[in-house]
Design a protein around this ligand. Structure first.
Ligand code: GAP
Length: 451
């Protein structure tokens, strides 16, 4: 029997596992990196892809009332003036006149003086400036001339591209509220205090959905999406005791929202926002209608009335989701003679679904194993073939990257066409006829429950 360690894994353990096993690397590492920016390696790419697929599948594919969009990262700069981001997407900053460090004025107690790390800035020998607003949008120039007329911004959220296309999508897809438009894509924020690995970075991916509703149905859909987003995480194996919904106080609300709640997770560094669900009212459609002269309204052919829908927005970060799945899955189990590191990913989130191993490198076993691996890949199982090292070590390596099933080809396979399937979580083994392997794996993935 194994004994699970209850202690929260330290972030450093996750960071080091991610580098060692090829999930996430520091970007531009050989040049010393660039301010909290990361690259995803082979397993990280697969993990993120799985997270995106699971989100898209649940939010778009499985619903009749949500469609997709892929809008541009660069938009007309007026978009960001009208959305309130040019004027309002700011953090109050103070500078230290001595060490020249820059800190968020509203988060000083979390900051440390670079020269005296035991002190909070201002309580060291340095003198701080008055707070000044610092805009979080990255600026660039479009075209060959760098002047004020060519300024453009990298989008700080994917949501605005959805509002701009409200009429295009509604009319081309002939949709009637309530309906949603979903988008996954990169966003950029010049965060002053990025940190905690990929929790807060300057370049990140968002998964956002704007759900347009008749204003009278606002509260009903707000409740629906709060619960639905919480459930999505728990259905994918995140432990419910590590999740909570937290309503924003009035002074926390964004400029566009009259009610917001966060799905929060208890990270090793404390409770933090995993995703937000906001009532954006008709703020964005109204502002863009007024500024552009195009009425972003719905015309109801039955009542012959125009109205501006209200919007419920579930907005999450893919990198933050991937990090949360990693942290929540991580475990160290004390076995009789060793400590087993294991990631208890839901099989739909695991980067690799099945490992295929010949027991030994002879007697036709590698060839048979390769054949089975090929069959599984054809059946769309993400499959990893390995014939190096002792079988126990191969199991451990797959445990550490969260592969839920390992298939071993041995003497019985050669004689009776039966393989051994080993379950990552229970470490139990079962004999399965090769002809039934695909069905067995399909069912195991479908019925998986976190132990
Ligand atoms: N359209 C609304 C919006 O963007 P937000 O709360 O600023 O709302 C939504 O962002 C989600 O995007 C957050 O809950 C978080 O998961 C992710 N996110 C925001 N800033 C991030 C950053 N700097 N790094 C990583 N993820 C971030």
């Amino acid at each position: 029997m194994s004994k699970q360690k209850q202690a929260a894994p330290l972030m450093e353990t996750i960071v080091s596992l991610c580098k060692r096993r090829g999930f996430i690397f520091q970007a531009s590492e050989i040049y010393g990196g660039i301010g909290n920016t990361y690259d995803y390696g082979p397993l990280g790419v697969e993990l993120k892809r799985r997270v995106k697929e699971a989100w898209w599948s649940r939010t778009v594919t499985e619903r009749a009332d949500v469609v997709g969009l892929d809008s541009a990262i660069l938009q007309n700069p007026k978009v960001w003036e009208v959305s309130g981001h040019v004027g309002g997407f700011t953090d109050p900053m103070v500078d230290c006149k001595t060490c020249k460090g820059r800190f968020r004025a509203d988060k000083l107690e979390d900051a440390r003086c670079p020269e005296k790390p035991s002190k909070i800035p201002g309580e060291c020998h340095g003198e701080l400036t008055e707070p000044r607003s610092f805009n979080l949008m990255f600026k660039t120039n479009v075209g060959p001339v760098e002047d004020s007329g060519s300024i453009a911004y990298l989008r700080p959220e994917t949501a605005q591209g959805i509002f701009l296309n409200f009429l295009n999508v509604q009319q081309s897809a002939r949709l009637k509220p309530p309906f949603g438009i979903a988008q996954i894509g990169k966003s950029f924020r010049n965060e002053i205090t990025p940190g905690n690995f990929v929790f807060r970075t300057r370049e990140f991916e968002q998964a956002e959905m704007e759900f347009f509703v008749p204003p009278a149905e606002n509260d009903k859909w707000y409740d629906f999406w709060r619960n639905e987003r919480f459930r999505w995480y728990s259905d994918l194996g995140i432990r419910e005791e590590k999740l909570r919904l937290r309503d924003h106080d009035a002074d926390e609300l964004s400029h566009y929202s009259n009610a917001t709640c966060d799905v929060e997770y208890e990270y090793p560094f404390g409770w933090g926002e995993l995703e937000g669900i906001a009532c954006r009212t008709d703020f964005d459609l109204k502002r863009h209608s007024e500024a552009s002269g195009t009425r972003l309204e719905y015309f109801d052919p039955q009542t012959k009335e125009h109205y501006m829908p209200y919007v419920i927005e579930p907005a999450g970060g893919i990198d933050r989701m991937a990090l949360t799945f990693l942290i929540d899955a991580y475990d160290e189990e004390e076995l009789e003679k060793e400590t087993r590191t294991v990631l208890h990913f839901h099989p739909e989130i695991a980067p690799t679904t099945v490992g295929v191993f010949p027991l030994v490198k002879k007697d036709g076993m590698p060839e048979k194993a390769q054949e089975i691996a090929k069959e599984l890949r054809r059946a769309r199982f993400s499959t990893f073939y390995d014939e190096k090292a002792a079988i126990g070590r191969r199991y451990r390596r797959q445990d550490e990257v969260g592969t839920p099933y390992c298939v071993t080809i041995d003497g019985d396979t050669m004689a009776e066409d039966v393989v051994t399937v080993r379950d990552r979580d229970s470490m139990e083994q079962e004999r399965v006829p090769v002809a039934e392997l695909r069905g067995w794996l399909d069912e195991a993935v479908r019925n998986w429950k976190r132990g």
